[in-house]
Design a protein around this ligand. Structure first.
Ligand code: PLP
Length: 382
């Protein structure tokens, strides 16, 4: 299998798997049990906290483990609404992940919140002047903006956006699920108050993530119970997954300066050489080094995916959460693509485990699949 869908999920880092195994076997003690062994389990949880803190550029005490990116996003929004119950306005963007958009939509339809969803320009960029303009003093509780987009890889100037929020005393959350492990982050040097990460996006296990909670900012937990995570997130810790995520974070940090963009750039330039009328969505924006979202006119991404899959190659027709649904990607629509154009778009997301030989196989297969689809579609269009 040639796996090139690393924004959907990533293969587990082999060292992470190895580190997890003892915690699923002989070292199964509950970290809250008060025994001597429990102390060493808590030590392992703290070691992972340090590894994550290094990756995110924050203090270990600012890391709260969650069941994944979705819970971390939900928790941040919940906390903000509890801190400012009288403020009923929240600003976000149309290109956020559903983990943010669906919760905000629910607040809007059932709790009377007003949600401002900022648009983007054709390159996927955000307008910070518009952000500042949409703030309602003493009414806006939270600004929630992602650091990097899952479909296009477009990176936003989140430190600047958080600065704007701070000037108006507004809480700032960032979904950094697609940024963590791909680009250098120094959360501690920003005015970001909350940030969500997910282990399985940087070669950790699934079902584990964390919320960064700036130590100077109040916080209201979503889950109440046994007092774990210093009363910030109740529930017996998923020790093995936390240890695996920590090891994965350590390796991601060590590889941060590795030039993963060389594969991405090679793919895009070679594809353009072979199929000159392709366009790259978000090309003129800053992007994460691993993500390529290309439009191949005269094709359909679902068909291309099937043809590639027959050759054992996995890519995506957009965000994993939208694949299978017939409606076009809201991210590409926000960038001005028609639904027909959006259906011609393929997302290829690389990881440090991919090789140039794999990209060459993809290019050959994609060129052949494109030729095949164009032969089928073009006579129909005439
Ligand atoms: N936010 C973004 C940007 C994502 O890409 C994802 C995963 O697809 C999530 C949140 C949700 O993370 P998880 O799968 O850990 O719940």
């Amino acid at each position: 299998m040639i796996y090139l869908d690393n924004n959907a999920t990533t293969p587990l880092e082999p060292n992470a798997l190895e580190a997890m195994l003892p915690w699923l076997n002989e070292r199964f003690v509950n970290p809250s049990s008060g025994s001597r062994e429990a102390r060493s389990v808590r030590g392992a949880l703290d070691q992972s906290r340090e590894q994550l803190a290094r990756l995110l550029g924050c203090e270990p005490g600012e890391i709260v483990y969650t069941s994944g990116g979705t819970e971390a996003d939900n928790t941040a929004i919940f906390s903000a609404t509890e801190i400012y119950p009288a403020r009923r306005h929240i600003i976000t963007s149309v290109t956020e992940h559903d983990a943010v958009l669906k919760y905000l939509g629910w607040l809007e339809s059932t709790r009377g919140y007003e949600i401002t969803r900022l648009g983007v320009d054709e390159s996927g960029d955000l307008d910070l002047h518009e952000l500042a303009h949409r703030i309602r003093p003493n009414e806006t509780a939270l600004i929630s903006l992602m650091w990097a987009n899952n479909e296009t890889g477009v990176v936003w100037p989140i430190a600047d956006a958080a600065e704007i929020a701070a000037q108006h005393d507004i809480l700032f959350h960032s979904d950094i699920v697609q940024a963590a492990g791909k680009i250098p982050l120094q959360l501690g040097e920003t005015k970001v108050h909350y940030a969500a990460i997910s282990g399985h996006k940087f070669h950790g296990p699934k079902g584990i993530g964390a919320l960064y909670v700036n130590r100077h900012v109040p916080f209201h937990p979503l889950l109440h119970g046994g007092g774990q995570e210093r009363d910030r997130r109740a529930g017996t810790e998923n020790v093995a997954a936390i240890v695996g995520m920590g090891v994965a974070a350590e390796h991601a940090w060590q590889h941060l300066s590795a030039p993963t963009h060389t594969l991405r750039d090679y793919f895009e330039s070679e594809l353009r050489r072979r199929i000159p009328d392709i366009t790259v969505n978000g090309l003129s924006a800053t992007r994460t080094p691993n993500t390529s979202n290309v439009r191949i006119p005269g094709t359909q991404a679902e068909g291309l995916m099937i043809l590639l899959e027959q050759k054992g190659i996995h890519v995506s027709a957009g965000s994993a959460c939208h694949t299978g649904a017939l409606h076009p990607s809201p991210v590409l629509a926000a960038m001005g693509l028609s639904s027909e154009q959006a259906r011609e778009c393929l997302r290829v997301s690389f990881s440090r485990f991919n090789t140039q030989a794999e990209v060459d196989i993809l290019l050959d297969a994609l060129e052949a699949a494109t030729r095949k689809m164009r032969q089928i579609f073009q006579p129909l269009e005439k």
